[in-house]
Ligand binder design. Structure first.
Ligand code: FAD
Length: 505
């Protein structure tokens, strides 16, 4: 493995919302002189060496994906961060790699090295007429990074990205690395375990804990994903009255009574709503996407005059807005949204064309909470009222929907979760609004969870209220996999300490 020790003493996240002091940032690469499997095995050894080095130096170590998170989960305070993006080997799998009783289709199963961007995987799959089952709104994250926080889109019957991961290759220490999968869904055949020179661990609880673990269980070197035949998305966005029709859809996801949607009462693949608190009388922005069989010759999606494509969400454009005097917030939000959210009809594209990599960024804040869908009306009324008394909030409210995940700490944990996203300008006022919003929801007994990679205000008390026994099961799993003080310390950072998830039991 190639290791470039950059000598950087600071690291800044993609949205430039914080700068972290570090000991060093290493950029890793596979040895180009070796074949894919040899290079992968060599990199496993290299990762183990880096863990040994961090233990000897008594500093924390953290794998970094694309650095897209707003929380400091990828940061190793005074420690070593490792940029994994160049680790992008993809492996096709054959029948001999997979157990005979594997429930899926081996031709749609792949092993992705951790640094593969979601966009890179999509490009690889495109050549095989396959597709990921879902992604977030943008696709620049790495596969390990996107899984580690439970990132999601709004494919509400499909799930979040970690929901189609079936195996993880994790380097848990300087002398041990494991292939972790569910006992209830065995995938890897002995030949596969042998070829990675690893150790098989089949355990549902450990696997479900490790899926969403923000770098705290070791370094994820490989991620096995289930994919599906390539498909097209038929996409629409329109302005619709924010009335009982839309509210009912948001509360129930029952499309059998839907009115005025582009494809009638057909259940969409993706459903999302955005509201501008300063222009509600003119309706909500409603996005629906329907899955269609792939057919060549379609016209690919086009971007609007502001450079936004059909799948882009608010973090792709809110950064254009600077903090302004309170009286100027409503007209500014109205102006920004009028340019960015332009209705469109019947645009077609494959998943990675609709949800592509954003080139727009800048300072902005994004917070996202998961709420049971039936509570979303009440939560919205409270937030709109809060905006009148304690606003103006310099942003918009966005709603996406996701079915329940099996991952212990997936924030999409309700039977159907509405992910309510508050995206706004980078300012103290936005932070203050967030604090008041979370308290208001708690005071009104609205259950909610926080996206781990977005601005949140978590401590162990809140985590326990949100996750109950699953939080303790996650801690127990971490202690089982990181079975020495040395490795537990190396894979601890200030964020998980603040969250109380570093407990030794
Ligand atoms: C423009 C934009 C759009 C976004 N859209 C969405 C969206 O639609 N839906 C959504 O849910 N989120 C969204 N997010 C949030 C983002 O998807 C998540 O924060 C995601 O985790 C970032 O992935 P990353 O590759 O940048 O990981 P990073 O932010 O670099 O890291 C995230 C975590 O993964 C860990 N990690 C990374 N690689 C490894 C590894 N190899 N082994 C172990 N741990 C590892 C890190 O240590 C860290 O704890 C968006 C963010 C931006 C900036």
């Amino acid at each position: 493995m190639k290791i470039i020790k950059t000598g950087f003493s600071t690291w800044e996240n993609r949205h430039e919302t914080f700068t972290q002091q570090i000991k060093d940032l290493y950029t890793l690469g596979n040895d180009p002189m070796l074949g894919p499997l040899e290079a992968y095995i060599d990199t496993t050894k290299g990762l183990q060496q880096i863990i040994a080095e961090a233990i000897a130096a008594k500093v924390p170590l953290r794998a970094l994906g694309s650095g897209w998170s707003w929380t400091k989960i990828a940061a190793a305070e005074a420690g070593i961060m490792i940029d994994t993006k160049p680790l992008n080997i993809m492996f096709d799998l054959s029948k001999k790699n997979v157990r005979r009783n594997y429930k899926g289709d081996v031709s749609k199963l792949f092993l992705a090295q951790c640094g593969n961007g979601v966009w890179e995987i999509s490009r690889f799959l495109r050549t095989r007429n396959l597709s990921l089952k879902a992604s977030g709104a943008s696709n620049g994250q790495t596969i390990a990074g996107v899984t580690a926080t439970g990132a999601h889109g709004s494919a509400f019957d499909t799930g979040a990205v970690q929901d189609f991961v079936v195996g993880l290759h994790i380097i848990v220490g300087p002398t041990r690395h494991i292939w972790l999968e569910r006992k209830s869904n065995p995938v890897a055949a002995p030949a596969f375990i042998k070829s990675l020179q690893t150790e098989l661990v089949q355990d549902d609880d450990l696997f479900n804990a490790a899926l969403v673990c923000f770098g705290s269980f070791g370094i994820v070197h490989g991620v096995m994903i289930e994919t599906e035949d390539i498909y097209l998305l038929e996409t629409y966005m329109s302005r619709m009255p924010y009335d009982d029709n839309i509210k009912n859809l948001m509360h129930t996801l029952d499309f059998t009574k839907a009115k005025n949607l582009p494809c009638g009462t057909e259940r969409p693949y993706h459903f999302a709503v955005q509201i501008n608190p300063y222009d509600l009388d003119n309706g909500a922005y409603v996005t629906t996407m329907y899955k269609r069989p792939f057919k060549a010759g379609y016209t690919p999606p086009v971007r609007n005059a502001d450079g936004l494509g059909p799948g882009d969400d608010a973090p792709c454009f809110i950064g254009k807005m600077a903090a302004v005097l309170p009286s100027l917030v409503p007209p500014l939000v109205n102006k920004l949204l009028a340019g960015a959210l332009t209705p469109y009809t019947k645009q077609f594209g494959i998943l990675s064309e609709i949800f592509d990599n954003t080139t727009l960024h800048g300072k902005l804040l994004s917070a996202a909470i998961g709420i049971p869908i039936e509570q979303i009306g009440k939560a919205t009324e409270l937030l709109l009222a809060l905006n009148k008394t304690d606003g103006p909030f310099a942003g918009l409210f966005a709603y996406r929907f996701i079915k329940k995940s099996n991952a212990k700490l997936a924030f999409t944990r309700f039977p159907f979760t509405c992910v309510l996203e508050l995206d706004a300008t980078f300012s103290n006022e936005t932070y203050a609004f967030y604090t008041k919003a979370w308290k208001l929801l708690e005071d009104n007994n609205i259950p909610f969870t926080f996206h781990w990679g977005k601005i949140n205000e978590l401590d162990f008390g809140r985590i326990t209220r949100m996750y109950g026994d699953d939080a303790n099961a996650w801690i127990a799993a971490r202690n089982k996999l990181l079975d020495s003080d040395d490795t537990r310390k190396v894979f601890t950072n200030a964020t998980i300490q603040k969250w109380g998830l570093d407990k030794v039991i």
